[in-house]
Design a protein around this ligand. Structure first.
Ligand code: F6P
Length: 359
């Protein structure tokens, strides 16, 4: 191969630029390849929107958050939204995208993305395009890799927020609720909750009741601790099965936020404990900013390995951290399963052993 393309798809995560830099540098230095960066994910292939990437282009981007290539949740070439006579419909424009790759002389693609983008990568691979995937999500919920880059930075932001909430909670004798990201998996809530010394942690994997949360807060109050910290993942569920927060994901992968679980349980907790309660929704602060050293290193290792796989012709694979090593796994195994917290696992038990309630 002589020329490779790289793109970032789906929601951003701290460390994307570290991956892009590693792909570009290692491709040029180790193998003398040319590199093209597609702008705004798959949209860049569909619209032939790209730029040549040289070492000079990626200079200084290692500590920068976001992605220099831009990204979007939209523009799936296999289900491309178009408007015909005022009506939205979906078309398969993948053949056109493949033609564009040929026109540009792209021999292989490195696709950096979460489950959605990696599923598209797999579709391209099935149509004969040499593809390698690089897993990204702050949620850390991709099963084929022990860790995704972006998670450590999100977790650090969330645990720093808990530290800050602690001092004001203690001064005002309040219950502080921190809502963190994690639609389907509670990794950020669990790790940040443990790191920040939360009293209650609510996860999608462990349904909760308001009564048990209030009992924990009451127990602390009886012991003289007149404040409490509750960390709640946005996808946490009530034991009754009642949907606390409805979140639709449209076919275009466009998530719509219809409410916040933090605010919803805040009112209930204030009512049942009689304690003043405040809610903080951390939101996209978890996705922004400079990546931690860990995420820069993991991103660099992933980028270097992805180029190695492309050069070795190991297409249809994804790079993954397994124990201490970066290895390859097949793309189809990577996209098939969500990695969730084991509600009876060692991490949850360790938290319980130091007094955390899971509601
Ligand atoms: O999957 C990453 C993630 O940050 C989730 O934790 C969160 O629910 C979602 O993306 C937010 O998506 P958007 O930025 O499109 O609102």
């Amino acid at each position: 191969i002589k020329k490779i393309g790289v793109l970032t798809g789906g929601g951003d995560a701290p460390g994307l630029n570290a991956v892009i830099r590693a792909v570009v540098k290692s491709a040029i230095r180790q193998y003398g390849l040319e590199v093209v960066g597609f702008i705004n994910g798959f949209s860049g292939i569909i619209h032939k929107d790209y730029r040549e990437l040289t070492e000079a282009n990626v200079s200084g981007i290692l500590p920068r958050g976001g992605t220099i290539l831009g990204t979007t949740n939209r523009d799936n070439p296999f289900r491309y939204a178009v408007e015909i006579n005022g009506e939205k419909t979906f078309q398969d424009v993948s053949d056109q995208a493949i033609e564009n790759l040929k026109d540009l002389g792209i021999d292989a693609l490195a696709i950096i993305g979460g489950d959605g983008s990696l599923a598209i990568a797999y579709e391209f691979y099935k149509k004969g395009i040499p593809v390698v995937g690089i897993p990204k999500t702050i949620d850390n919920d991709l099963s084929a890799t022990d860790v995704t880059f972006g998670f450590d930075t999100a977790l650090t932001t969330a645990s720093e927020a808990i530290d800050k909430l602690h001092t004001t909670a203690e001064s005002h004798h309040r219950v502080m609720i921190l809502e963190v990201m994690g639609r389907y998996a509670g990794w950020i809530a669990l790790h940040a909750g443990i790191a920040g010394g939360a009293d209650v942690i609510l996860l999608p994997e462990k349904p909760f009741t308001i009564e048990r949360i209030c009992a924990k807060i009451q127990e602390r109050s009886n012991m003289g601790k007149k404040f409490s910290i509750v960390v709640v993942a946005e996808g946490a569920k009530l034991e009754s099965g009642e949907m606390v927060v409805q979140r639709m994901v449209h076919e275009s992968h466009d998530p719509v936020r219809l409410g916040g679980i933090g605010n919803r349980i805040g009112e209930d907790i204030e009512r049942c404990t009689g304690m003043e309660t405040r809610v903080t929704v951390l939101g996209h602060l978890q996705r922004g900013g400079s990546p931690t050293a860990y995420d820069r290193i993991l991103g660099t290792r992933f980028g270097v390995k992805a180029v190695e796989l492309l050069v070795d012709g190991k297409y249809g694979h994804m790079v993954a951290l397994k124990g201490a090593e970066v290895q390859e796994v097949t793309l189809d195994s990577a996209i098939s399963q969500l990695k969730q917290v084991d509600p009876h696992g060692e991490l949850v038990r360790a938290a319980e052993a130091v007094g955390v309630s899971f509601g």
